[in-house]
Design a protein. Structure first.
Length: 583
């Protein structure tokens, strides 16, 4: 292998090595074994998952980040959850709640400042007033609420997540050891009943002879232990909790090891699943894939200024590395869920980006102009940014709604129509590249322009095929589920618009009603139609397909549509005078 060829693939290999390094466990456990605690399986939200997932999902929803700065250092999600469970007074002093709305700050008697992070202790004096305002706002439809009402409802819902602290023992509990010793007393019975109702997850694995869903929370376990032998995990959990609260790593680690051993005997499959999901969480393949896509873009931009012969292939190697990481993350989610790749809005964003990247890689290998790398890396980065923000809505591997619970149709209709989304978006991104190049590049190479037009035309054909087949398959599924093939539901109309728009582009092209510039403008408008079908119909809050209602995304969607309209105008405008003089 030539040295120059080795250099071009070196960036991609380094990126993959860095990703693999994140999967390595800590060389030595010092202090509390957070890794082993995070791997413990629990039943929450209808599925078995590691405690690490519970902590990450909750912290993302509360703080929009997976760490908390406290006392000069960053707390990870597992340490934050441990504080919440066993040292609630410490957790209540940690600044985890983000408040940006000035009226909400005024309600709490706080002044506006650069600091937007507040602890539960800072909010607690106005907790009742926040609850009253939130309940009054919740009585209204989301579209009818004011900005303040939406903000106070959002804060109240995040405060409710703080009730995770009552999942192993009540916040004012003296500890599980004393709760076990007090079994049989009237006070203990009342406390255990409260704990059983407040716990957010079930950590006690089913005993031999019980079904796979017979997990218990600690309150249920304490109630069942009244007059019978307690669940063996209760004593180990009490040891871990007491050790953490007292700052004794040895006791904590022993209790966690005992819990892991008990679960391995009772439900080994649950422990293996939790281990796999914990590893997936630690690697964060979609976040790392997003970083690699950015590096590919930066390398490609640099190639336009210096050593194109070396940097353009290097950018492609980074794109290939990002695509591989993206693919591994996608396959991992499929295996963890036991479902096809698209099950909700989050997974659709991941899959749309992945399909666009794969198509871009194929285009780059066909034309070798660098534009395939540019549009693929841009699509991958943009889709994973969208997925990152969608992850803040909660568990991204949530249980399926009953109407969607069909692996066959998820693997045929949903995947096919989503590939159609990917193709339409990719055609639009290529058209955006054509537009920007037209007005920014000092000179225009006709061969490159022809390549971009051919790419867009070919991708529109591809998108039409998959969007049409996917829409027909969706009608067949609808006939089986609801007894009608077509009902003019908003989502059905959106899917039909994508098919019709791609067909319009091709017919206009074949009829010579549009040429290169018109083709590109129409491809950009396809981004608007697809975004409205993908996200817009969910914001309507009506119809049988409004599974992911997100009114907070309205302005993001509006700005996106406005940007695409501006790009269409720019595409149709003649090349700038100063640039034309240089050609």
């Amino acid at each position: 292998m030539k040295l120059s060829k080795l250099f071009t693939w070196l960036p991609g290999l380094i990126a993959l090595a860095a990703v693999l390094a994140t999967a390595l466990p800590p060389a030595r456990i010092r202090g509390f074994d957070m890794d082993k605690f995070g791997r413990l399986p629990v039943l929450e939200g209808g599925r078995v998952k590691p405690l690490d997932s519970v902590a990450r999902n909750a912290l993302l929803m509360i703080r929009s980040k997976q760490s908390v700065p406290f006392e000069g250092r960053e707390l990870g999600p597992d340490e934050w959850l441990l504080d919440l469970l066993f040292r609630p007074q410490t957790a209540d002093a940690q600044p985890v709640f983000v408040i940006n709305d000035p009226d909400v700050l005024g309600l709490m008697g706080l002044k506006q400042s650069a600091n937007r992070y507040f602890s539960f202790d800072a909010i607690a004096p106005r907790l009742q007033e926040i609850e009253n305002q939130a309940r009054a706002a919740q009585a209204l439809e989301s579209a009818q609420r004011s900005r303040f009402q939406n903000a106070v409802v959002n804060l109240y819902e995040r405060l409710l997540l703080n009730q995770l602290e009552n999942s192993v023992q009540l916040g004012d509990s003296p500890g599980l050891y004393l709760e076990l010793q007090a079994l049989g007393t009237p006070q203990a019975a009342e406390r255990n009943k409260s704990l059983a109702g407040a716990a957010r997850f079930r950590i006690l694995a089913p005993l031999p002879g019980q079904g796979p869903d017979a997990w218990q929370n600690t309150g249920e376990g304490l109630i069942a232990a009244n007059g019978a032998a307690p669940h063996p995990a209760l004593v180990s959990l009490a040891l871990a909790g007491a050790g953490y609260k007292a700052g004794q790593p040895e006791a904590f680690n022993q209790g966690v090891a005992e819990l892991q051993g008990l679960t391995a005997n009772l439900r080994p499959q649950a422990l293996r699943h939790a281990d796999s999901e914990f590893l997936f969480n630690r690697i964060q393949p979609f976040y790392l894939g997003m970083v690699i896509y950015v590096l590919a873009l930066l390398t490609l931009f640099a190639s336009w200024l210096w050593r194109r012969d070396l940097l353009q292939p290097a950018a492609f190697s980074l794109l290939a590395a990002g695509a591989l990481v993206h693919t591994v993350g996608l396959v991992s989610r499929i295996l963890l869920q036991g479902r096809p790749p698209v099950t909700n809005l989050y997974s659709s964003a991941v899959f749309v980006g992945w399909a666009a990247v794969i198509l871009g890689v194929i285009l780059e290998r066909m034309y070798r102009k660098g534009f395939g790398t540019a549009v693929a890396a841009s699509a991958g980065f943009a889709s994973l940014i969208i997925a990152h923000h969608l992850a803040m809505e909660g568990d991204t591997m949530e249980m399926m709604r009953a109407v969607l619970d069909s692996n066959f149709w998820l693997a045929t209709h949903v995947v096919t129509v989503t590939v159609g989304y990917s193709g339409t978006f990719l055609a639009g991104i290529i058209a955006i590249a054509y537009t920007l190049r037209k007005h920014i590049a000092p000179t225009l190479d006709p061969a490159t322009t022809r390549t971009l037009v051919d790419m867009t035309y070919g991708i529109v054909c591809f998108a039409l095929l998959f969007s049409f087949v996917g829409t027909v398959l969706g009608g067949i599924w609808a006939d089986q589920s609801w007894g009608r093939f077509w009902g003019w539901d908003p989502k059905e109309n959106g899917a039909l618009l994508i098919v019709l728009w791609n067909a319009v582009i091709l017919h206009c092209r074949w009829g010579d009603y549009i040429r290169d510039k018109g083709l590109m403008a129409c491809a950009i408008f396809g981004n608007i139609i697809t975004s409205l079908s993908w996200f817009g119909v969910n914001m309507l809050g009506i119809g049988l397909h409004s599974y992911g209602f997100m009114d907070q995304a309205f302005w993001v969607l509006a700005w996106f549509v406005a940007s695409q309209l501006a790009l269409i105008v720019l595409c149709l405008m003649p090349r700038r005078f100063w640039a034309a003089r240089t050609t």
